[in-house]
Design a protein around this ligand. Structure first.
Ligand code: GDP
Ligand code: MG
Length: 726
C-alpha cells in the first residue's frame, strides 16, 4: 500500500535539544549531509509511523528568522520555500523568553507550528512553572512538554504533529503579533498596494511580506521586485515612504521598532503563562563555572583536560590501531602468498592495501578524539574552553572557538578541518582552515625524528620543538595578515554563551562520533584510494626498465655462494647463514628497487623537480619523498628509506645513508621547515575542499603554503650559509 508522506521540520535555538529530539525520533535511520552550497550540516531521517512516511529534518539552530547568518537563511528558506507540513519549534522551557522570539517569527509565516517545551525537567528544577494550556491558547498552537534526553513526550509530540498536519485548521492571518497603530497602518497600506499592483504574484503570505518589506529585508525585497516587473518602482517608493514615515514617527529604524514590539508581545505572554516559585535550587552550573572559568584555575584545568584528551586518544587508540595494523599486515601477507605474481597483485598490495591501510589505522584515534569533542560539546565545557582561549586567539584575529580545531590539527589536520563546522562565521571558518595546516600533524613527526636525529644528535629535541614553534609563529602571522587583507572586517559579533552544564547522553555522544567518523571513512577512503593508485602507478611504470646491473644474476650468485655452506652447516650455524643470505638478498633487491624508482615516472618527475628544490638544499631523492608526501606524510620517510638506499633494515642505517648523501645539518633543517609548511596531504586537501565548498580557497591554501614553505626554507638555507653554518 503506498503510504502518504509528511515533512516535519525541527527548528529552535541552538542547544534547545533539536538534535536530541531528532535522534530520538529517527534513531539510526538518518542521513547526514550538507545544505546545498554551504557547509552547514543537514540531517534528515525517515520513519514510518501512524500510517505515514514521516520525513524529519533537523534545521540549523537559530535565534531568529532575520536573514543575517547562514543558519538563519537556510532555516527561513526551508520553511518558506519547502513549506513543510508541520514545523516543530523546540523551545528551551527553562529559557522561554529567548526562545519565544523565534516562535513569534514563525507564527507570522503561515505554516502549521507546534511547540515542544523541551528541557521541561530543567525548568521544573529551577522552579519555573509554565501554563501550557494558556500558552497554547495565547499563541493559538498546540504545546507538548518534552524531556529530550530522557525520551519523554517525544511520542506524543510526533502524534500531535501528525494530527496537526491532518487537521485543516486555517492558519492564515490568525496568529499574528499585533503591532502598534502606526505600524499596523503602514502594514495595511503596503498590503493593499501590493495586492493592487501584483495581484496573485506575491511570492509569500501577504502580511508577512509587507512586514518584511517594512523591515527592509533584502531577500524578500529582491524576490518581490523580481516578481513585480514594471510595478517594482512604485512598490519601492511606497516602501521607502512608509519606512521614512515610521522612522520619523519613532525616531528609530522600523525594524528596531518592530523587534521591540515583538519583545513586548513576548514579555506579555510570559507574564501570563509563567510563574516562578522561589529559587530553591542552587544554580549548579554557576558554581561549577566559579572553578572552571576561574581566572587562575581555569587555564591549568583546561590544559589538563586537553592533555588528557590527547593522552587517551593516543594511548587508548594505540590498541585498536595495533589490531588494525596487524589485520592489514595479515591480509596483505596472506594475499601475497595466495595470489600469483602479477601487475594486479602489485597494485592491490603495494598500491591499494598499503595506501588505504596507512590511513585506516588512524580511524580509532579519530573516533576517540571525536568522542571527546562530542563529550566536551554536550556537557557544555566546549563553550568554556572557547571562553578561556578567546583572548589568546584574538592575537591571530580569531575567536576562542577556533582553538579546538587548531589544537586537533596537531593530531591530524583532517578532523581538524572538519571540526571547523562548529564555527558560526564563514570568515572565521575559512581563516581557521587556512591556518590549520601549520599545526604540524603527527604524521610529520617521524620525518623530524629522522632528520633531526641524524643531523643534530643530542639537540634533536630542541630542534623539533623549534620546528613546532615556527609553525605557531607562522600561524599567527598568517592569521593577522589574512584577517587584515583577505578576510577583513565584519566578523559577526557573537556573545560567548555559557549554556548550563548537562550530563551527556551516551547515545547522542556515539551518534555524534559516528557521524563524523563516517564522513572521514567515506571521503578519505575515496581520496586515499585514488591517490595511492596514482602514486603506485607512477612508481611502478614503465615496466621495462633497463637496469645498470644484472640484479637477478647477482642474487643467483649470492644464493649459489651460500648454498654449499648452508647445506654443510647445521643447527644455529645454519640459521645464522640463512639469515645472512636473506640480508644479502634484501640488500640487492633494495638497490634494485631504488634504481627502479629512480627510473620510474616518479623518479623522472623527481629529477625534473630537482632544480626547484636545489636552491633549498634538497636533492632529487628528497624531492620525490616530498612529492609522495602529498598522498600522506607518513610516506615521506618510507620513500626516503627506499631512495637513500637504506642498506639494511632499521632506521639507524637510513641515518648513515643520509649522512653519506650530500645532505647537511643546514639542508636537513631546511627540509624540516619545508615539510612543516608545504602543502598538506591529499586527505586534508579534500577536507579543505569539502569544508570551504570552494576550489578557489583550496587552491589558494595549497599555493600559499607551498610558496611560503619554499621561501622560508630558502631564507633559512642561505641565511645559514652566509652566517657560516653548513
Ligand atoms: P541542539 O543544538 O538544539 O541540536 O541541541 P542538542 O540536541 O544537541 O542538545 C543540547 C544538550 O541538551 C545535549 O547535551 C542534550 O543531551 C541536552 N538535552 C536535550 N534535551 C534535554 C532535556 O529535555 N532536558 C535536559 N536536562 N537536557 C536536555
Ligand atoms: Mg543540533
Amino acid at each position: 500500500m503506498p503510504q502518504k508522506s509528511l515533512t516535519i521540520a525541527l527548528v529552535g535555538n541552538p542547544n534547545s535539544g533539536k538534535t536530541t529530539t531528532f535522534n530520538n525520533i529517527t534513531g539510526t535511520r538518518q542521513k547526514v549531509g550538507n545544505w546545498p552550497g554551504v557547509t552547514v550540516e543537514k540531517k534528515e531521517g525517515i520513519v514510518n509511523k501512524y500510517g505515514y512516511n514521516l520525513k524529519i529534518i533537523d534545521l540549523p539552530g537559530t535565534y531568529s528568522l532575520t536573514p543575517f547568518s547562514m543558519e538563519e537563511i537556510i532555516t527561513r528558506d526551508f520553511v518558506l520555500e519547502h513549506c513543510p507540513d508541520v514545523v516543530i519549534d523546540i523551545i528551551d522551557a527553562s529559557n522561554l523568553e529567548r526562545s519565544l522570539y523565534l516562535a513569534t517569527q514563525l507564527r507570522e509565516i503561515d505554516c502549521k507550528v507546534l511547540f515542544a517545551l523541551n528541557m521541561a525537567d530543567v525548568a521544573k528544577a529551577r522552579g519555573i512553572k509554565i501554563n501550557a494550556k494558556k500558552l497554547s491558547e495565547l499563541l493559538d498552537l498546540p504545546v507538548v512538554f518534552t524531556v529530550g534526553n530522557k525520551n519523554k513526550g517525544i511520542d506524543e509530540l510526533l502524534k500531535k504533529a501528525v494530527e496537526l498536519a491532518e487537521s485543516d485548521i486555517d492558519t492564515v492571518g490568525k496568529r499574528n503579533v499585533r503591532y502598534n497603530k502606526d505600524v499596523e497602518k503602514s502594514i495595511s497600506e503596503l498590503c493593499s498596494l501590493l495586492q493592487d499592483r501584483m495581484q496573485g504574484s506575491i511570492p509569500y503570505n501577504l502580511r508577512w511580506t509587507a512586514i518584511k518589506l517594512l523591515e527592509n529585508d533584502k531577500i524578500v525585497k529582491e524576490r518581490v521586485l523580481q516578481k513585480a516587473g514594471d510595478q517594482g518602482q512604485a512598490i519601492l517608493e511606497e516602501i521607502l515612504s512608509q519606512r521614512k514615515y515610521l522612522a520619523q514617527r519613532f525616531n528609530d529604524d522600523p525594524e528596531i521598532v518592530m523587534t521591540d514590539e515583538r519583545y513586548g508581545f513576548i514579555a506579555g505572554t510570559i507574564k501570563e503563562v509563567v510563574t516562578t516559585s522561589a529559587r530553591k535550587r542552587v544554580d549548579i552550573s554557576r558554581n561549577i563555572d566559579l572553578v572552571l572559568t576561574n581566572r587562575f584555575l581555569g587555564f591549568p584545568i583546561f590544559i589538563f583536560f586537553i592533555w588528557a584528551m590527547f593522552q587517551l586518544t593516543f594511548s587508548v587508540g594505540a590498541y585498536p590501531m595495533g589490531w588494525l595494523d596487524s589485520g592489514i599486515n595479515w591480509l596483505s601477507g596472506s594475499l601475497n602468498t595466495l595470489l600469483p605474481d602479477s601487475l594486479f597483485k602489485d597494485l592491490l598490495l603495494n598500491g591499494i592495501i598499503a595506501g588505504i591501510g596507512s590511513v585506516i589505522v588512524f580511524l580509532p584515534n579519530i573516533l576517540i578524539l571525536f568522542f571527546f569533542i562530542a563529550l566536551f560539546e554536550d556537557t557544555g565545557y566546549m563553550s568554556r574552553a572557547a571562553f578561556l582561549m578567546d583572548r589568546i586567539m584574538h592575537l591571530i584575529g580569531l575567536h576562542g572557538k577556533s582553538f579546538i580545531p587548531m589544537l586537533m590539527g596537531f593530531g591530524c589536520n583532517v578532523p581538524a578541518v572538519m571540526a571547523t563546522r562548529t564555527l558560526e562565521s564563514e570568515k572565521d571558518r575559512i581563516l581557521t582552515i587556512l591556518i590549520i595546516p601549520f599545526m604540524s600533524c603527527s604524521a610529520k613527526l617521524p620525518i623530524y625524528i629522522i632528520l633531526a636525529g641524524t643531523f643534530f644528535g643530542a639537540r634533536a629535541g630542541t630542534v623539533i620543538f623549534c620546528i613546532y614553534l615556527i609553525g605557531g609563529i607562522v600561524a599567527i602571522i598568517t592569521g593577522r595578515l589574512f584577517r587584515s587583507v583577505l578576510l577583513r572586517g565584519a566578523d559577526a559579533p557573537f556573545v560567548m554563551e555559557l549554556p548550563p552544564y548537562r550530563i551527556p547522553m551516551l547515545k547522542s555522544l556515539l551518534i555524534h562520533m559516528w557521524d563524523r567518523g563516517k564522513i572521514f571513512l567515506k571521503k578519505m577512503g575515496g581520496v586515499i584510494l585514488v591517490g595511492s593508485v596514482i602514486v603506485w602507478t607512477l612508481s611502478a611504470f614503465p615496466r621495462d626498465i633497463r637496469y645498470s646491473r644484472d640484479y637477478a644474476g647477482e642474487i643467483k650468485k649470492v644464493e649459489a655462494s651460500y648454498e654449499a655452506r648452508i647445506s654443510n652447516a647445521n643447527g644455529p650455524e645454519k640459521q645464522e647463514l640463512e639469515k645472512r643470505l636473506d640480508a644479502a638478498i634484501t640488500k640487492i633487491s633494495r638497490v634494485q628497487k631504488s634504481e627502479k624508482v629512480e627510473k620510474s615516472f616518479m623518479g623522472r618527475i623527481g629529477k625534473a623537480l630537482a632544480p626547484l628544490f636545489a636552491p633549498i638544499g634538497i636533492d632529487w631523492r628528497g624531492s620525490v619523498a616530498l612529492l609522495t608526501g602529498f598522498v600522506a606524510k607518513e610516506i615521506v620517510v618510507s620513500t626516503m628509506g627506499i631512495l637513500y638506499l637504506a642498506k639494511e633494515e632499521g632506521s639507524n642505517n637510513l641515518k648513515n645513508a643520509l649522512i653519506s648523501s650530500n645532505m647537511t645539518p643546514l639542508s636537513a633543517l631546511a627540509m624540516m621547515v619545508f615539510v612543516l609548511l608545504y602543502l598538506p596531504c591529499l586527505a586534508t586537501v579534500a577536507a579543505i575542499r569539502q569544508e570551504t565548498a570552494s576550489f578557489k580557497w583550496t587552491i589558494f591554501s595549497i599555493t600559499y603554503n607551498t610558496s611560503l614553505a619554499w621561501v622560508v626554507a630558502f631564507c633559512l638555507y642561505h641565511g645559514g650559509k652566509i652566517m657560516g653554518f653548513s
